[in-house]
Design a protein around this ligand. Structure first.
Ligand code: FAD
Length: 388
């Protein structure tokens, strides 16, 4: 494709910043618009998943943009799942039988900051922060932005617009509301939501529990997990029903209830979290959903990528990884002989959508596996030990 064209990217999250970097490396003129402030200057972590499982799909994309060496120091290898039972006994269940296989824990902020840094270092990439896209005119390849600084709105045309604006995508909404073509869209929420909590490091900076594992407290109806951070802390996530069951987000309204819940089901975790109650009431509870839609593109004018096209629940740890894989696959198509963007977009969606639909369904299945079967795995393991 002709790289003298201007590509407009809406959203400078993980997917948008990687896309900007790669298209910039290819010589396109890239203009990125991000509604939030620059996360390298302002702490934006509240309410978003702080760390993520980063797997081979993600690493392959880092290799593509030549960042493998800069990403490695940000990663903490997790060699398996550390399963915690009700009494606080633990069993390490390796991810595979092969030695030295692991996935990584990585900070969303550090990874996003690195991608922004590298993209912005290219002369042909411009990133506008505090510019919120309010509408996309996909027929005229033009977007409208609200600039927070002076509270003004303006429109911007491009040769191609790519929406990497996440699960609540404005570009996707414009397809739906525009009613100019047949657009299928589904959004399914789980009855469980999530809340992030923290295990702080020891006073000397050490980790309070085993560093190199993804910790899981599976309790059938709900679940707690923890991933390590580079500073010695763990980000802990509670997955719990909003309003069903003996304990749910709606009925955990007092300090005593929260303590009772944790001391019954997550006794050993509670001991590691003296700050639990404060975190519990300070941090938001957020929903978990799956978005599927089609087509992802309008002619050769606009395209959805990442969560904007296929948001999934986090139980396979693959949402970001799949979004990064979008870029790897999109980039491979840019090397092929397509006459126009429309045929490239069509080819991309027809090869990619079946995979993103599959991981969306697997992620929901793995929710039940993690909260239920993982729990049983401890007892199976114990029984096997007793019989040996
Ligand atoms: P986002 O990260 O949502 O980025 C979208 C960007 O667009 C944001 O910067 C946003 O501010 C901007 N934006 C939005 N609207 C506008 C607008 N109107 N105008 C301009 N800018 C806009 N994935 C993994 O691979 N591993 C994990 O372990 C993992 N854990 C997760 C845990 C939780 C609790 C959750 C909720 C998700 C998890 N994910 C995980 C999924 C992962 O977070 C997403 O798949 C990933 O963030 C998608 O990247 P994205 O860039 O497409 O979207």
């Amino acid at each position: 494709m002709n790289n003298s064209q201007t590509i407009q990217i809406i959203g400078a999250g993980l997917c948008g910043s990687l896309l900007a970097l790669r298209l910039g490396q290819r010589g396109f003129n890239v203009e990125v618009f991000e509604k939030r402030p620059d996360l390298r200057k302002v702490d934006l972590s509240a309410g978003r998943s702080i760390n993520l499982a980063f797997s081979n799909r993600g690493i392959k994309a880092m290799n593509l943009v030549g960042l493998q060496h800069k990403v490695k120091p940000l990663c903490i290898p997790m060699y398996g799942r550390m399963l915690h039972d009700l009494e606080g006994n633990t069993t390490l269940s390796p991810y595979s039988g092969r030695e030295n296989e692991y996935i990584n824990s990585i900070s969303r902020n550090d990874l996003n900051a690195l991608l922004l840094e590298e993209a912005e270092a290219l002369a042909n990439v411009t990133i506008h922060f505090n510019h919120k896209c309010t509408a996309v005119d996909f027929e005229n390849t033009s977007s409208t932005f609200y600039k927070y600084e002076n509270k003004t709105e303006y429109s911007r045309k491009a040769d191609v617009i790519i929406g990497t604006d996440g699960a609540g995508s404005v570009l996707r909404k414009s397809y739906y509301l525009g009613k100019k073509f047949l657009f299928s869209f589904s959004q399914d929420y789980l009855t469980h939501g999530y809340k992030e909590l923290t295990i702080l490091p020891k006073e000397n900076g050490d980790y309070k529990t085993f560093k190199n594992a993804l910790h899981i407290w599976g309790r059938d109806a709900f679940m707690l997990i923890a991933l390590p951070n580079l500073d010695g802390s763990f980000t802990v996530t509670l997955f719990l029903n909003y309003d069903d069951g003996e304990y749910n987000f709606n009925n955990l309204t007092s300090e005593n209830q929260v303590r009772a819940f944790f001391s019954t089901y997550f006794k050993d975790a509670l001991e590691l979290m003296p700050n639990l109650v404060e975190d519990f009431f300070k941090n938001p509870t957020s929903p978990l959903g799956t978005v599927k839609c089609s087509p992802w593109h309008y002619k050769g004018n606009t395209l959805l990528l990442g969560d904007a096209a296929h948001a999934i629940v986090p139980f396979y740890g693959q949402g970001m990884n799949a979004s990064f894989e979008d870029i790897t696959e999109f980039d491979a198509l840019l090397d092929k002989e397509y006459n126009n963007w429309e045929s490239l977009f069509k080819a991309f969606e027809s090869s990619r959508k079946k995979d993103t639909d599959a991981i969306a369904d697997l992620a929901i299945d793995n929710f039940h596996e993690m909260k239920g079967h993982v729990n049983q795995a401890i007892f199976r393991e114990k029984r096997n030990l007793e019989m040996a």
